[in-house]
Write a protein that binds this ligand. Structure first.
Ligand code: HEM
Length: 370
């Protein structure tokens, strides 16, 4: 596959006019995202937040790790497919929801944070990112986390939180004074942090629920738009977290457990779409929606295999949440355009850097030094 195909996500056979129109479409999405972000962040004012400054902040708190994602740096590639139930088709005209449609999926499971060699820990936020390739060349890219709400409402708050939560090298813990000041300035984050802390942590990637957190709009064939949030709910019953691994244990146990489970069998999740009512917050990912909202089971994601990150697989995908097919549209959540612009910045930096192998191979190395 050519570099151009890698960058655009275009299938290898897509050349000439088709590829140019794809590039134009992606360019329009990215330009739109960057424009919204500039507006939201006051890009034109000196000292204001820009995508580069957001990514600089990740590098500042995590140190330099060339070639890796600036957040969710430790990950493993997965593959599978999505089988639509047909129930989502009344909400969205995206082909991925058409009754009986099976769409190939490439994805990546990861742990939040910018440290590619950190030891796995049960409490670290887990993520699942997916790229659906629709038959007409459209794509749906999405990234989800195993927490019920996001800790911040705006990109500005995210960069403040990164500094406030940065561990002090002397103690290995964040400075309590700085954290306190951050939560005092952001009561919405204090409320979200309490919900995140109270979540039930499961044994691993295979029995985790992954939430979109951001709201989107599903657009039906007649143009009717419905605000939605969605989640992937595991078929596998949730088992409790194992607790802290013993000294000398496999430092990649969460990833290696998932790879081992996928060597034995396939794993399934249901895509459950929650329908928002007028007044449910679509621009604030720190706030849950009321629990009684109608849900629709739009289909089943089946993962069939895992592979370490390598050239041309999920390592080189930008899971930009604004790459959406017709029938799925962004909401007014300010995080969406900020994410799109920051992921593009992180992708551009890492794409131009020399690569080191991922710590995650999918095979346990007990006691291996990292
Ligand atoms: C302003 C808010 C946010 C910023 C600045 C941010 C930043 C980043 C960056 C820089 C990356 C690495 C991208 C790459 O190099 O490919 C990343 C990855 C990721 N983020 Fe965010 N993020 C934000 C909010 C969120 C939210 C709300 C979610 C909700 C689910 C999320 C989920 C993810 C996931 C799943 C990945 C890993 C994708 C992969 O495996 O490639 N992020 N984030």
């Amino acid at each position: 596959m050519s570099l151009l195909n890698d960058l655009t996500g275009a299938p290898p056979g897509l050349t000439g006019r088709a590829l140019l129109s794809r590039l134009a479409a992606i360019g329009a999405v990215l330009a739109g995202a960057a424009g919204t972000f500039a507006y939201a962040g006051g890009w034109l004012s000196p000292g204001a937040l820009t995508p580069a400054r957001v990514v600089d902040r990740f590098e500042e708190v995590n140190g330099p790790h060339p070639g890796f994602r600036r957040n969710h740096a430790k990950g493993l590639c997965v593959v599978g497919s999505f089988a639509a139930s047909g129930a989502g088709a009344r909400l969205s005209r995206a082909g991925v929801f058409a009754d009986g449609r099976v769409t190939p999926v490439e994805g990546r499971v990861a742990l939040a944070g910018g440290q590619p060699y950190a030891a796995d820990a049960g409490t670290t936020v887990r993520s699942l990112a997916l790229r659906f390739r629709l038959p007409d060349g459209e794509e749906w890219r999405t990234g989800m986390n195993d927490i019920p709400v996001f800790p911040v409402r705006t990109p500005e708050a995210l960069t403040e939180q990164l500094l406030a939560a940065r561990p002090d090298p002397a103690t290995g813990q964040p400075d309590p004074g700085r954290l306190h000041a951050f939560f005092a300035a952001h009561p919405e984050s204090a409320a979200a942090a309490a919900l995140i802390k109270a979540r039930a942590i499961t044994s691993g990637f295979a029995d985790s629920t992954y939430w979109s957190l951001n709201a989107f709009r599903f657009v039906a064939s007649d143009g009717r738009a419905t605000p939605v949030r969605f989640a992937y709910l595991p078929d596998r019953p949730a088992a409790p977290e194992h607790g802290a691994p013993e000294a000398g244990a496999d430092k990649n146990f969460l990833f290696d457990d998932l790879a081992a489970a996928l060597r034995r069998d396939t794993l399934r999740w249901h895509l459950v779409v929650t329908l928002g009512w007028p007044g449910d917050p679509t621009d604030d990912a720190t706030k849950p929606w009321p629990a009684d909202r109608e849900t629709v089971d739009a289909g089943t994601l089946t993962l069939t295999g895992a592979a370490p990150e390598a050239a041309g697989n999920c390592r080189d995908i930008n899971f930009d949440p604004l790459v959406l097919p017709d029938g799925i549209a962004p909401s007014d959540d300010p995080l969406l355009s900020a994410r799109s612009a920051a992921y593009s910045q992180s992708f551009t930096r890492r794409a131009g850097e020399e690569k080191s192998p991922s710590a995650v191979t999918g095979t346990p190395h007990h006691g291996a030094a990292l």
